[in-house]
Design a protein around this ligand. Structure first.
Ligand SMILES: Cc1cc2nc3c(=O)[nH]c(=O)nc-3n(C[C@H](O)[C@H](O)[C@H](O)COP(=O)(O)OP(=O)(O)OC[C@H]3O[C@@H](n4cnc5c(N)ncnc54)[C@H](O)[C@@H]3O)c2cc1C
Length: 297
């Protein structure tokens, strides 16, 4: 059974496929360190409109062949035909993948929003569910959730309807966009439950470890609110003192995770950016020895 089958808390990590040999060898070491924490699964991103298709597959395969980790490939459908998606799914089926994170993705420059056979992630979820049923795979399907709204969503009520459509189409769990203000997550999760979205919701977490990182996050997750208290703490630090800045970010995220666990979060998904240091420190400060121990706490 896939680890996120119920509401027992899970811990998971996201990696992206490196572009260089050096990146691969650095990642191997970090995966080795994070593997010791016994995560419920690790996810592997899919470059915009399939730009890292081969590399995503390669990393998923390496994880299966060389680690005890359960990889969950991300798959975006924008700009893809049904046949292209099926070819990717066939390869995942052959190597023993058991769960997929189904996304729309962002259309690339020059392509219309509805280029390809899929318009929204819900269409991909339906397609995946049918594929899984056809091949008797019982795949677990995850989808994205946006506690602070998605830039393309006209209003929050419609956003919730679109999220529910993905779950009704067959999604088994939700992983959120990164956020820094837990109050916004708690309120959004309550609204999900009011809409009878009852599947596990994993909180997406990314520690700020540098000032440049803060700006990259703002680009990556448009609409994310950086709380004044976090910004004040970062502003107090000497801009040249990179260690202090990383310490502040790690401290903030640790407190966020502690609060999420205290509020019975279904899971914490760390956007690692292929680093391990911050995640290891947060994990240690939480006093959690492994995801399995967290489930039994
Ligand atoms: C956890 C997570 C992982 C991600 N991983 C990747 C990755 O690996 N690669 C990558 O390229 N991107 C990734 N993304 C980014 C994601 O692909 C983009 O944010 C994308 O714009 C939205 O994807 P979605 O799956 O939420 O799309 P959808 O659920 O299809 O929603 C997209 C927009 O369409 C609207 N919508 C949905 N249904 C309807 C409808 N029936 N009528 C009208 N409007 C509708 C929604 O409200 C939303 O505004 C990730 C995001 C998250 C949160």
């Amino acid at each position: 059974m896939f680890a996120v089958a119920d509401h027992s808390p899970s811990i998971s990590f996201e990696f992206f496929p490196p572009k260089t040999e050096k990146g691969w060898s650095l990642l191997e070491g970090r995966i080795g360190q994070l593997e010791q924490l016994g995560p419920s699964f690790v996810s592997v991103t899919y470059g915009a409109a399939g730009s890292t298709r081969e590399h995503t597959h390669e990393l998923v395969e390496r994880l299966i062949d060389t680690t005890t980790l359960q990889p969950v490939p991300h798959l975006t459908c924008t700009g893809h035909t049904h046949d292209e998606i099926d070819a990717i799914l066939d390869r995942y089926r052959e190597v023993g993948v058991r769960a997929i994170l189904a996304l729309r993705g962002d259309p690339q420059e020059g392509h219309g929003k509805d280029a390809g056979d899929f318009r929204f992630a819900a269409d991909l979820v339906r397609h995946l569910r049918a594929f899984s049923d056809r091949h008797r795979l019982d795949w677990s399907i995850g989808v994205a959730g946006f506690p602070e709204g998605h830039p393309d969503t006209p209003n929050a009520l419609l956003g919730m309807e679109h999220l529910k459509a993905k779950v009704d189409a067959g999604a088994n769990w939700i992983c959120t966009q990164l956020f820094f203000d837990n109050r916004r997550f708690h309120d959004w999760r309550d609204r999900c439950r009011l809409e009878r979205i009852d599947v596990p919701i994993l909180a997406g977490i990314m520690p700020v470890t540098s000032r440049a990182g803060l700006h990259r996050m703002a680009d990556l997750a448009a609409g994310t609110v950086f709380p004044a208290a976090l910004l004040r703490a970062l502003n107090r630090a000497d801009p040249e003192d990179t260690e202090s800045i990383a310490e502040i970010g790690v401290h903030w995220t640790t407190e966020q995770c502690r609060d999420l666990l205290d509020h019975d979060v279904d899971g914490i998904h760390f956007y690692t950016l292929n680093q391990s240091d911050a995640t290891l420190r947060i994990h240690r400060s939480l006093g959690v020895r492994s995801a399995a121990q967290l489930r039994n706490a």
